[in-house]
Design a protein around this ligand. Structure first.
Ligand code: DOR
Length: 437
């Protein structure tokens, strides 16, 4: 395997709080590992190396997405492990945790193993399956967590659906301790949400669309925090969208509970006002909220109340989205645009570059107990190069996902992933495309 020498970039490693000015660092990769990280200005000999000139770029640990829908098995017309894994590396993600709402649902070790086998053959990014917490995502009967973990599942979630029965949720949390895995919840009281498709408020009234109140999320976040206290389990709250939920998560953490949380690029940057044109790509679950919620989410990400940015990449076919707003399935693409969209938080001073990368990589590795999130010598050589000032036009038709449901379609974005290395191999280069599967 070739040696890769990266130089001239701005090296950012949250795992060691390293932020080197451009040109001050050099990184050598060999046999899938970081074998040298020179920070003192001494050049690493170039002999026998492939040089990757990172001028103008940040050199960061490969990004890790803790929440994506890759649709295989069963809905390959929306996405599959090859297209989703390729979209991932084009977005700087070297590892992706994929949700269990496939067809069949990933509630059986045979499905977990199938995903891992297919991913090994097809995906340029490393795929980490999240198994269902209940069979068929029905919220009734628990899955065999230990067997699923042994098959390769890294966490448990019924994402897309809520476990409405508190007694079932309690058992899930109790058993997750035995399996030593976190439970990721989609917190939404289904009865209260009803047919709601946008945030309940002025915008839902103006549009005449059924509203989904913030309280639907907050009631479930409150319940699950209580159950985390009862069971001592590790609870992770997916796609937090309201200021009220943020407040409860902050209190739970102050109380020492093992509660973590994620926020999506869209909940950090868009509001329900963005739905005013009835663009169905803005229909997501939970819905886009108000500016005050966005502000609270940004503050929570900055102060550590929210641990990670997760894409909730949710591809849907055009024919499914090109319908009445109320009929469109919820979800939007995220893997290829997350970096550019979220760099807004660096530009406005909410996050420093190193804290930005911490939330997209190092914290995600810690959350799911994955190797990665570091450029330290000895680390797995998963690396991304990001040019934070490069402008580009996002056209989903020219992207790698099979679907096109993005509210950023046709827009000019700033900040681009220019290269991605997985296990020491240059897998993606944005000028040459995908180099190896
Ligand atoms: O918007 C969403 N889409 N939210 C979810 O929780 C599920 C997802 C999907 O599977 O499409």
């Amino acid at each position: 395997m070739s040696k890769i020498l990266i130089r001239n970039g701005r090296f950012l490693d949250p795992s060691t709080d390293t932020d080197l000015p451009p040109g001050a660092g050099e990184l050598l990769i060999e046999n899938g590992r970081v074998v040298a990280f020179e920070t003192g200005g001494n050049p690493i000999p170039e002999e026998g190396t492939e040089i990757l000139d990172a001028e103008g770029a940040w050199v960061v640990p490969g990004l890790i997405d803790v929440h994506a829908h890759l649709r295989e098995p069963g809905q390959e017309y929306k996405e599959d492990l090859a297209s989703g894994g390729t979209a991932a590396v084009a977005g700087g993600f070297t590892q992706v945790a994929c949700m269990a709402n496939t067809a069949p649902v990933n509630d059986d070790p045979s499905v977990t193993k199938y995903i891992l086998d297919r991913a090994e053959k097809e995906s340029p990014a490393k795929i980490r399956p999240i198994a269902a917490a209940t069979q068929g995502l029905l919220g009734e009967v628990m899955t065999e967590m230990v067997a699923l973990k042994e098959a390769g599942a890294i966490a448990f979630s019924d994402d897309g659906a809520t476990i409405s029965d508190a007694a079932v949720m309690r058992r899930v949390l109790e058993y997750s301790r035995m399996a030593d895995a976190i439970v990721i919840v989609h917190a939404e009281d289904c009865a209260l949400r009803g047919a709601g498709v946008v945030n309940e408020g002025t915008v839902s009234t103006k549009l005449g669309l059924p509203g989904n109140p913030a309280a639907a999320e907050e009631i479930m976040v409150a319940r699950d925090i209580r159950l985390a206290a009862l069971t001592g389990a590790k609870l992770h709250i997916a796609h937090v969208s309201t200021a009220g939920a943020v407040h409860m998560i902050r209190k739970a953490r102050e109380a020492g509970l093992l509660v973590t949380a994620e926020v999506t690029p869209h909940h950090l940057t868009l509001t329900d006002e963005d739905t005013m044109g009835f663009d169905t790509s803005t229909r997501v679950a939970p819905p886009l909220r108000r500016q005050t919620d966005v502000d609270a989410l940004r503050r929570a990400l900055a102060d550590g109340t929210i641990d990670v940015i997760a894409t909730d990449h949710a591809p849907h076919a055009s024919y499914e989205k090109e319908v009445e707003f109320t009929e469109a399935p919820p979800g939007m693409l995220g893997l290829e645009t997350a970096v550019a969209v979220c760099l807004d938080l660096v530009r406005d001073g909410t996050l420093t570059p190193i804290e930005f990368i911490r939330r997209l990589s190092t914290n995600a590795a810690g959350l799911l107990s994955l190797e990665g999130g570091s450029l330290k010598v000895g680390s797995v050589a998963d690396v991304a190069l990001i040019e934070p000032n490069q402008e580009w036009n996002y056209d989903p038709a020219r992207g790698f996902s099979k679907s096109r449901n993005s509210p950023w379609a046709g827009q000019s974005l700033t900040g681009r992933v220019t290269a991605t290395i997985v296990d020491g191999r240059l897998i993606y280069d944005h000028e040459r495309g995908v180099l190896i599967r």
